[in-house]
Design a protein around this ligand. Structure first.
Ligand code: AMP
Ligand code: ZN
Length: 458
């Protein structure tokens, strides 16, 4: 199945067609670096990583960018509160973002542009918008004039009640948005000089100009959390598309929120769970699996119970994997059979991770039955190694190098086979004697619905 993605532009799943055959350009709106990111932010960032990995699985080379928003009102408030400097605050939290990304196995991006490093380009861009009559200046502020751009409203009906920004400033239209913000007293020494006076760029202009500079204003896929669809993405694309003859991105993907008690988890509401402490307590693989376990377009509520379930799932996969010789798994050739294809098809169906996990676990239980019946053949073993490798190329929650392979010794397997025979003959006494023998060799045997299950004692 070809890759299908739900495009917010059409509100439909569409077949993915890249701009150029084997190179896909993606941009995701990144963190505002004024405090430690929460687990909700990382639902979105891990979703960017999922998209990147699924594109790679489909044979595409990707060029990815996730920006660092290092100039913003909230950052300036923090600088003032802590009597610190802009660079001190933003470097600290950018580092924290990168460390957590690394620990959650997010593949490094090709670009992590910082807004403050593109201010000259932003000033030039705003000047072009003014010259082309898409923007106007009042008292050192520059606004985008939405009346001048008839296509405004790709994500909303502009006749509906819209979310209004900067309404205290005198603007022609309440929905005109700020491209350049004049310096306020509270901004202290955080400002740039421009032809409109001292000030700084607006958030929507920051992303627009970074995309314009890095990708010549044209992406395959633009993504972000659902809260960014309007006004941020609407405004990002309006500015760029007003002055270029093509669209900014063919596909727009938006991830649903992680909620806390039915409310969006957010720094400003203060109802957030710190991702660092979660990783410390539960381990990064558990947190990553939790973030990937639901489809990205479903709302998820944070819960410790779900984290526990993910921990159990990982333990189950590890126990399973230890039945196989993993030492050469990295070099195994990926020859896919129908079960692998079901897994790939689920992911290609708009990144349906929940379904893909289901396919993987059905495979596990099928193979577990064969292990219990001692009917596993070489082809099953090969299929399993391929599946483990394929699964981990997306979910990345199993550390094969540190998983000791615990193939069952022949002696133990023989005892298990005899015990199966004894149980078939309802000879419970013999079954218990054989269990004791197996135990004395360092293995624990459990009787499950799928048959006997061996676990090596620690
Ligand atoms: P921010 O640091 O607030 O600029 O947000 C960075 C990214 O995290 C954006 O793409 C947001 O849409 C996303 N985000 C913020 N809160 C949540 C949440 N509760 N669940 C999922 N994504 C979120
Ligand atoms: Zn953005």
């Amino acid at each position: 199945m070809n890759l299908k993605l739900y495009n917010s532009l059409s509100s439909k799943k569409e077949n993915f067609r890249p701009l150029s055959n084997k190179r896909v350009k993606t941009y995701g709106c990144g963190p505002t670096v004024y405090n430690d990111p929460h687990i909700g932010n990382f639902r979105t960032f891990v979703f960017y990583d999922l998209l990147n990995r699924v594109l790679k699985m489909n044979g595409y080379n990707t060029v990815t960018a996730v920006n660092i928003t290092d100039i913003d009102d909230k950052i300036i408030d923090r600088v003032n509160q802590e009597n610190s400097s802009l660079k001190e605050i933003t470097s600290k939290y950018e580092l924290s973002f990168k460390e957590i990304s690394h620990s959650l196995k997010i593949l490094p991006n090709n670009h992590n542009p910082r807004a403050t490093e593109y201010v000259d380009e932003m000033i030039e861009f705003i000047q072009t918008l003014i010259e082309k009559n898409f923007a106007y200046e009042i008292d050192g502020n520059v606004f985008f004039d939405i009346e001048s751009y008839p296509k405004y409203g790709k994500f909303v009906n502009i006749d509906d009640e819209l979310q209004v920004e900067d309404n205290e400033l005198s603007k022609k239209n309440v929905n005109d948005f700020t491209l350049w913000k004049a310096k306020k007293d509270s901004d202290g020494n955080i400002f740039w000089n421009s032809q409109w006076g001292k000030g700084r760029p607006g958030w929507h202009t920051e992303c627009a100009v970074m995309i314009k500079t890095l990708f010549k204003g044209q992406l395959d896929i633009h993504c972000g959390g659902i809260d960014l669809k309007f006004p941020h993405h609407e405004n990002e694309s309006a500015q760029i598309e007003a002055i270029q003859g093509h669209n900014l991105s063919n596909y727009w993907l938006h991830a649903e929120h992680l909620n806390m008690d039915d409310e969006k988890m957010s720094k400003s509401l203060g109802n957030f769970v710190d991702v660092n402490s979660l990783i410390k307590k539960h381990g990064s693989s558990v947190v990553r699996l939790f973030l990937l376990s639901a489809h990205y377009r479903t709302k998820v509520s944070f819960s410790y119970k779900k984290l526990d379930e993910c921990k159990k799932m990982i333990e189950k996969i590890e126990r399973f994997a230890q039945n196989f010789d993993l030492h050469d798994i990295e070099n195994i050739e990926l020859k896919f059979s129908s079960q692998h294809h079901s897994f790939i098809n689920s992911l290609n169906d708009d990144l349906n991770t929940a379904e893909a996990i289901g396919v993987f676990f059905s495979f596990l239980s099928e193979i577990n039955k064969k292990i219990a019946n001692n009917s596993l053949n070489d082809s099953d073993k090969e299929k399993t190694l391929i599946f483990l490798k394929l699964f981990n190329s997306i979910f990345d929650i199993i550390d094969f190098d540190n998983l000791e392979s615990k193939e069952t010794p022949v002696e133990v397997q023989d005892l298990v086979n005899s015990r199966q025979e004894a149980r078939k003959n309802l000879d419970w006494k013999m079954s218990d004697i054989l269990r004791d023998k197996i135990e004395s060799l360092g293995w624990h045997v459990e009787d499950t619905a799928d048959g006997q299950k061996l676990i090596q004692k620690k």
